[in-house]
Structure formats: structure tokens, C-alpha cells
Design a protein around this ligand. Structure first.
Ligand SMILES: Cc1cc2nc3c(=O)[nH]c(=O)nc-3n(C[C@H](O)[C@H](O)[C@H](O)COP(=O)(O)O)c2cc1C
Length: 373
């Protein structure tokens, strides 16, 4: 019996298996509005057989976008555009769909990767970024404005309004983006947070804003729907977030009613990351052990047997796939074949699924003995 293909429950939501599609920015929105690309991209992934699809980092206010092309959920137009995509996808797939709510903080106002990345100054159509402290991500980047208490309250309110829009859209789950050096992550990291008030300094202070934000979203999001957060298990930098900090944050999140944690890493500095298969899994395992929270592991998990072992060994409850599932959008089908699991698939693709599926199809055509349709 495959562990990867066992269902998993988060509040009232049951995921049919442990395979999660990791949030991935598409840099294809217009003024924060989803486009036909999102229909194609999310539509394709929604028929992959995964247990949960998490929509890309979606900004709660315009300056919270990484780039001008990032998806947003801060206006009625954004909500309507996403509704169009979700309505179409849901006609053909009952895969649970979540969304990652985000604020880019001091890493906003960037060029999209296909335009060469890098910071866009205000003079060239970018915007003034904000951060916990007035410290630029890189020396050549603009210096963020240190966000004041009123600004922090406004950001929390933007997350709350975004959560209400997500509730109206019928989304099944929210994940807060607390990783990779964006606003929430930068509050947690001593690299970016040098505040002298009660939101900077020791870990209790650095966690204060992320936890207040989490609690406000939890209160605005329907009780039966799960709320989780992605954060860094490490900054890979001696002066940044450590694994011990990550564990303490997870324990505080548990007390705040967090349903799952998604453990990633890096992005508060340009310190090198020792990437390799499952390079972040030990951080997820440590957080899971110490906090007891349902935990998602991510990062170079490409082989079905590797994903199976992570869940079977109890290192994580859920496994998120990014590049691997873009490369092979039928990854869950192939994993099911290899591991002996079963996946949902659209009837249109029945003949392509598994030997068993094809056999069933032949059996359904007794008169000709040939596949139909
Ligand atoms: C194209 C692309 C876009 C991404 N966008 C996001 C994002 O919106 N939010 C996020 O937390 N991580 C983002 N990531 C990171 C992935 O979710 C994932 O954590 C990372 O790629 C490692 O997993 P993988 O090795 O399976 O790709 C992105 C990665 C890629 C390749």
C-alpha cells in the first residue's frame, strides 16, 4: 500500500493523496488579473491527479507583487479574472485548489525573469518597496522604506481582504508565503529585520508581525477551511534564520491554529544553497518532529520512490512538486503506476492512464474488442 497515495485531511478538506503542486509564479498576469495562460497552466495541472493544487504567489496589494506581471487579489477585477479561470477548471476537475497569498516586501518591483530579473527603480515604472528595515536586498537595488505600525496594519488588512475574496471564490485552502525573503520572511530574518521596536531584535519580536498577520487571516477565513504557511527552515546564512528559529516559529504557529507548514529555505540573502535531491527535507522533518504539525516537504523531489519514502518514513506528510510536475504534468499518474496507487483522471484521458485503465476500456467494448472513441 503506497503511503503517497493515502488521503490526508486538513480541517474539512480531504486531499485524495499526498502529492501537492507547489505554488509557481507565472509572470503572466495583467494588472494582477489572471489571463488565458492561467487557464491553460492551471487547467493542465488540475487534471494531473495530484492531491492539491496551490496557485502561485498572489499579491494582496499592488506593491506586494514581485513584478508587474504577478498575479494579484487586491481588486474586483482580479477577483473576477480568477473566478473565470476557476469556473472553467472546476468544470473538468474536482482537485482541491488552494492559493498562496503573498507580499513581496523589499523584493518587490523586479523585472520578470524572462526580462532578466533585477530591481526596477521607480523612475523606470517600478515602485517604492517596503521592508522591516531600510536595508536593500542587494547594494544595487532600491532601499525599501521601513514600514511603520500603520503600514503594518494596512498590510494585515490587505491580507484579510484577500482572504475574504478567496473565500468568495470558493478556494479550498490558503497558504501564506512566509519564505524566500519576501515580506513575512524578511520580518523573521535578522538579515533583513534590524528594527529596534517590539517587531525586531530577538526571535519573539521578529515573529510578532508574522503571527499577528496569521491570526488575522485565520479569523477572516472560514473555520472549516485550512490555513497553512510556507517558511524557511534555514536562510543558509550564519546571520539568518536557523533551524532552531524555524522550529520555534512552527510551535508558535501551532498555537495560533495553523493547519500545516510548508518548509522551504533561502532568499533572504544570496548565500549559496547546497541544492540536491530533497535538500530541504531534513528541515521539514525537524519541524514536523518538534511541532507535531502536518508538514509539507519541497525541493528537488523528482522520483516517485523518493516521494514515497519521505511520506512512508514520516519525514513529511505531504510532498510538493515544482519543476518536476511542470516537466511532467502526468507525474502523479506515473507515480501511481510505479507505486501501485490510483489517481483521478478525466474520462477523456482514460485510455492513456494505466495498464489497468486501458484494460478496463477494452473490456468496455466487448463487441469489437477494439478501444472505442
Ligand atoms: C517557475 C517557478 C516559480 C515559482 N514561484 C513560486 C511561488 O510563487 N511561491 C513559492 O513559494 N515558491 C515558488 N517557487 C518555488 C517552488 O514552489 C518550489 O519550492 C521550488 O521550485 C523547489 O521545488 P522543485 O525542486 O520541485 O521545483 C517557484 C519555482 C519555480 C520553478
Amino acid at each position: 500500500m503506497s503511503a503517497l497515495f493515502q488521503p490526508f485531511r486538513l480541517r474539512q478538506l480531504t486531499l485524495p493523496n499526498r502529492i501537492v503542486i507547489s505554488p509557481m509564479c507565472e509572470y503572466s498576469a495583467v494588472d494582477g488579473c489572471a489571463t488565458d495562460w492561467h487557464l491553460i497552466h492551471l487547467g493542465s495541472l488540475a487534471v494531473s491527479g495530484a492531491g492539491l493544487l496551490i496557485i502561485e504567489a498572489t499579491a494582496v496589494e499592488p506593491r506586494g507583487r514581485i513584478s508587474r506581471e504577478c498575479l494579484g487579489i487586491y481588486s474586483d477585477e482580479n477577483e473576477a479574472a480568477l473566478r473565470r479561470v476557476l469556473d472553467a477548471v472546476r468544470r473538468y476537475s474536482d482537485m482541491p485548489i488552494g492559493i498562496q497569498l503573498a507580499h513581496a516586501g523589499r523584493k518587490g518591483s523586479q523585472r520578470k525573469p524572462s526580462d532578466g530579473r533585477g530591481n526596477v527603480p521607480e523612475a523606470e515604472g517600478g515602485w517604492q518597496t517596503v521592508g522591516p528595515s531600510a536595508i536593500a536586498f542587494l547594494p544595487e537595488w532600491q532601499t525599501p522604506r521601513e514600514i511603520d505600525r500603520a503600514g503594518m496594519a494596512a498590510v494585515i488588512e490587505a491580507f484579510v481582504q484577500a482572504a475574504r475574496r478567496c473565500a468568495r471564490l470558493g478556494l479550498d485552502l490558503i497558504e501564506l508565503h512566509g519564505a524566500h525573503g519576501y515580506l513575512i520572511s524578511s520580518f523573521l530574518s535578522p538579515i533583513a529585520n534590524r528594527r529596534r521596536d517590539e517587531y525586531g531584535g530577538d526571535l519573539d519580536n521578529r515573529m510578532r508581525f508574522p503571527l499577528e498577520l496569521f491570526e488575522a487571516v485565520r479569523a477572516a477565513w472560514p473555520q472549516e477551511r485550512p490555513l497553512g504557511i510556507r517558511f524557511n527552515g534555514t536562510d543558509w546564512d550564519a546571520s539568518g534564520i536557523t533551524a532552531t528559529d524555524a522550529v520555534a516559529f512552527a510551535c508558535a504557529l501551532k498555537d495560533a491554529g495553523c493547519d500545516y507548514v510548508d518548509v522551504s529555505s533561502g532568499g533572504n540573502s544570496v548565500a549559496p544553497i547546497p541544492v540536491g535531491p530533497g535538500y530541504q527535507v531534513p528541515y521539514a522533518a525537524q519541524v514536523k518532529r518538534a511541532s507535531g504539525l502536518p508538514t509539507m516537504a519541497v525541493g528537488l523531489i523528482r522520483e516517485p520512490r523518493h516521494a514515497e519514502a519521505i511520506v512512508a518514513n514520516g519525514e513529511a506528510d505531504l510532498v510538493a512538486l515544482g519543476r518536476g510536475i511542470l516537466n511532467d504534468p502526468r507525474w502523479p499518474w506515473h507515480a501511481a503506476e510505479e507505486l501501485g496507487g490510483s489517481v483521478a483522471f478525466p474520462h477523456q484521458y482514460r485510455r492513456a492512464v494505466t495498464r489497468e485503465g486501458i484494460h478496463q476500456h477494452f473490456a468496455a467494448s466487448p463487441t469489437t474488442g477494439r478501444p472505442q472513441g
